[in-house]
Design a protein around this ligand. Sequence first.
Ligand code: SDX
Length: 383
Amino acid sequence: MRDFFPGLAGVVATKSNISSVDGQQGILEYRGIRIEELAAHGTFMETAYLLLFDELPTSSALRQFEEDLLIHRRIKYRITDLIKCLPESGHPMDAIQAAVAALGMFYPATNVRDPEARYWAAIRLLAKLPTMVAAFARLRHGDDQIQPNDNLSYSENFFYMLFEQKPDPAIAKMFDTSLILHAEHTMNASTFSGLVTASTLADPYTVISSAIGTLKGPLHGGANEAVIHMLRAIGSVEQVASFLDQKIEAKEKVMGFGHRVYKVKDPRALILQELAQHMDKDQKPNSLLTIARAVEQEMEQRVGHKGIRPNVDFYSGIIYHQMGIETDMFTPIFAMSRVAGWLAHCFEQYQHNHLFRPDQIYEGPHNRPYESIESRKPSTSAI
Ligand code: SDX
């Protein structure tokens, strides 16, 4: 009898040099560097370079990388027109998935063996994702798209394209730190989804479009948005205990908690919680952060012994909310960052490719007759 591992839990799908996680100790490293170091001293631009090139950039390499990104921030008017045609009630993750797939039509990168083609595809995806995210955020409300400002850094420019004003430097720095923390995380679902697509030798735009679709789900990147809806539904610290009792009684998942690998508090959640506390100046009695901290305390009593603790998505949305960003934009921001890790894994896969094609244990019937339509009975199974 062949072994079956639901969700491929614990199954090794590839070998990689990009990042590592110790779920028992709560350690995450990008190319061997602890994320606490990168969060304290680095920038998202440096981190993206590190993930792609396996080394932190020299000052001249970083300057060239940032210059290449700067000149590719703008999007073709046809991509803007495509975004304008999308329903304003649609989810921004669907908008950017469509826009990224369309991007690949304007900049064909089918020769995945060509390092130059891979580099410029990575540059365009890293540089244009923020522009497309901000464009949908504004166009859906009938506001004009704000063109990138070449005098601003990557993170400052995102705020400028979103709010038409340069952010406070401290806010831009906290946003940049959050992007560092979201950039990469070994064999998570969206990275694996991209890897499967890359293993067919599809181009990087198609790979990233696959990964964006996977990240959207509430069990993965979509959890950061779901956490805010949950905290709002709880409404006050007094309601936390009864809310959690009901969720756990109904065996429903509490958003922002639990992880396939971490059995201690996600190291990223520790840093994000600090940033959220730093931003929550007035600490109102029932602020989202106050309720969140009460949820964490109550969850620790109920399920901490099972290793179910806050993950990256539990505090991240609170920070973006405090920055005035709309809730359904939180997962697209996750995607803007994770595109660096997805690309690193995509290019690593191209280097030692083997098509992903797992097996299954078939449990259905064999040799069923083809019945005439007159003799068929209504189906009782739901799809
Ligand atoms: C991300 O993989 C990555 O690295 C992802 C990520 C990244 O950077 O790419 O870290 C980002 O996606 C973080 C996860 C965001 N998702 C959520 O916050 C959604 C809520 N979390 C759960 O859906 C869950 O914890 C998962 C999906 C994250 C992990 O689930 P597993 O490993 O498949 O575990 P499971 O669902 O089989 O749960 C095991 C047990 C169950 O109880 P029993 O049936 O054994 O009694 O733990 C319980 C579950 O009911 N459990 C939870 C829970 N998570 C697990 N119970 C209540 N609330 C939860 N959140």
